[in-house]
Design a protein around this ligand. Sequence first.
Ligand code: NAD
Length: 337
Amino acid sequence: MLKVGINGYGTIGKRVADAVAAQPDMDVCGVSKASPDFGADGAVRRGYALYSAREDRLSAFRDAGYDVAGTSEDLIEESDVVVDATPGGIGAENRPRYEAAGTPAIFQGKEADDLVETSFNARANFEAAEGAEYVRVVSCNTTGISRLVAPLEEAYGVEKVRATLVRRGGDPDQTGRGPINDILPDPITVPSHHGPDVNTIFPDLSIDTMGLTVPTTLMHMHSLNIELESEPTSAEVRELLAEESRIFVVEDDLAIDGTGKLRELARDRGRPRGDLWENCVWGESINVQDSELYLFQAIHQESDVIPENVDAIRAMTGLADGDESMQTTDEALGIGL
Ligand code: NAD
């Protein structure tokens, strides 16, 4: 069994840990945290060995009653691969520590593309990460766009993507984020930085993006207009997307009118933390006019990158090829609504 360490046990790290623990070919050898808060309590209750991110915080963990296995240095030594899910920018500081230990590492969306050998999305470029030591799983929004573009590109060719990203103000636990009563063009400059991030996965794709931030914590919403090179019907596109395991085409009769009901569906289905690992594309919104495709998709920012982290581990270590890895991940997690 491959030993995976999780450095940074927050919104993403705790979900990656549970996803790794559910796989047949890998184990969580420990998780590292900066402070002994409720997240540390959750890790211990799930049976994960707990490490302190810093030497000088060891006493804080011990004073709070935690039996700490060591520092993140020890965790890095112990691990075959580390998933670094620390806040943006800290991954770059951590890379020399992984290099010193000879431990391959996966970084997350906020880190720069040039920190790693390749940015990663399982559906679009699994092969690029095969054998790599340092890989970045792209952001939640870029993951959502990449999963959509990959099958469209293969089936019809993509001339141009135009996307407006309506982004949640913060995650539910980010009490300091906003806005609480406003709609922000974010960034105000157009096009936004999201398009170039998608180009780290599809270097030749023509894409322009605009961003807004709104007062919700539930999900992001993408409004997409994609010029295709051929002219499929709306029904054909709907069928194509429905065949993708990580795209959930929301059927009309479910009467789901927004992100609140989507998350409620996930809770009703017994999903852990009410997570939605799949892109949620409204079937009724899929509309092709003169080779221009329009649709709305909702992206659960806290969870869509989780299966991608599991697949990146397999790509880097050679545990499986892309199709086999995605299938194993999907089965272990129960992906597919
Ligand atoms: P978070 O703040 O929820 O979690 C970060 C965790 O890292 C916290 O538990 C913190 O205690 C810990 N930490 C801080 N400094 C550390 C250190 N030096 N060593 C070890 N642990 C340390 O952050 P998050 O939302 O999980 O984001 C992590 C990364 O994932 C970022 O790059 C972010 O851009 C990316 N990401 C986040 C989301 C999202 O919506 N939350 C979605 C996709 C990608």
